[in-house]
Design a protein around this ligand. Structure first.
Ligand code: NAP
Length: 323
């Protein structure tokens, strides 16, 4: 049997897979596999080890007549046509839980960096603009005691709420369904999206990318936010109307934004967001700690091994096809 890995992985992960199958691995760590090479490799592939940069659509599945399992090294799986995989009886694995705390940490890093203008302040020193201490120099916004609105109170959202409690923040959240245990444990209040937007000083997007969440935050939603509001997105760029966000940032309708994800990735230095001072932009590194990425890669490999052995996947997206 053969597994295709679409990005260079550490030796330990390749060795784990090599115990049960042949492995083709795209040799570049930074550049994604070309579409052409992916299609070519899928012709005799039994397993696919993928990541957020590969579009696994019907065309790829058509090119893979032997495919028994798909495994993505991520919790989000919006890049995979899961409905089509399910129709073909192919289980799709992902890597939830192991990345929760790392992404919650990074979400808070973005919130603090944006609120306290950390990146701008560092540039101020580098550009030799620091002449003396100033009473209102680079003044930002208070985080302690402020109101935090979490859109998508799932695993990572709860992790962010746990951190917010330590900073004495008032926590609001919205989901499609209420989570009463989390409300009690985290002293979080459930509210409608519009109310959350009107009342929050910090709005954090942590809902998955779905049809329903596509551009769920746009011009109307930004206009409902407080004038001092800071928007943080560590979920997926497609959840936000980026052009509307840029307009709101330029107009001062939104105080700042901390973003780890974008409508189209990667963004380049000539992207309009890069011209703004009131943003902190990161290259999709939410889960990027060494320990977390190694655990994610290991779980992705274990999902593949289970799929090749016709055993239940440890973490499956479409349990209806699990055996
Ligand atoms: P999760 O546990 O499934 O949580 C997602 C939450 O979103 C759920 O509580 C869900 O609750 C809520 N939700 C779903 N649809 C919604 C809607 N239309 N409106 C409001 N809330 C909605 O997932 P997670 O592990 O916390 O991960 C969340 C997302 O973070 C992932 O899907 C991924 O896209 C992103 N992520 C990004 C990075 C990064 O590197 N930046 C890393 C990991 C994850 P209901 O079902 O009740 O609505």
């Amino acid at each position: 049997m053969k597994a295709v890995i679409t990005r260079k992985m550490p030796d330990s992960i390749v060795a784990l897979l090599a115990e049960c199958c042949d492995v083709y691995m795209w040799p570049d760590e930074h550049e994604p596999i070309s579409r052409h090479m992916l299609m070519e490799q899928m012709a005799d592939a039994d397993a696919l080890f993928t990541n957020v940069t590969d579009r696994i659509d019907r065309e790829v599945l058509d090119a893979a007549p032997r495919l028994k399992v798909i495994s993505t090294m991520a919790v989000g799986f919006n890049n995979i046509d899961v409905a089509e995989a399910t129709r073909r009886g192919i289980p799709v694995g992902h890597t939830p839980e192991v990345l929760t705390e790392a992404v919650a940490d990074l979400t808070f890093a973005l919130l603090l960096a944006t609120a306290r203008r950390v990146v701008e302040a560092m540039a101020f020193i580098r550009e030799d603009k620091w002449k003396a201490w100033g009473p209102m120099l680079l003044t930002g916004q208070t985080v302690h005691g402020a109101t935090l609105g979490i859109i998508g109170m799932g695993r990572i959202g709860e992790g962010v709420a746990r951190r917010a409690r330590g900073l004495g923040m008032n926590i609001l959240y919205c989901n499609r369904s209420r989570k009463e245990a989390a409300e009690r444990a985290l002293e979080a209040a459930y509210c409608h999206l519009d109310e959350l937007l009107k009342r929050s000083d910090y709005v954090v997007m942590l809902a998955p990318s779905t049809k329903e969440t596509t551009r769920m935050i746009g011009a109307r939603e930004f206009s409902l936010m407080k004038p001092n509001a800071i928007f943080i997105n560590t979920a997926r760029g497609t959840n936000v109307d980026e052009a509307a966000m840029i307009e709101a940032l330029k107009a001062g309708q939104l105080r700042g934004a901390g973003l780890d994800v974008f409508e189209t990735e990667p963004i380049r230095p000539d992207h309009p967001l890069c011209a703004l001072d009131n943003v902190v932009l990161l290259p999709h590194i939410g889960s990027a700690t060494v320990e977390t990425r190694l655990k994610m890669a290991e779980i992705a490999a274990l999902n593949i091994i289970a799929g090749l052995k016709n055993e239940p996947l440890p973490y499956i997206v479409n349990p209806e096809v699990n055996v």
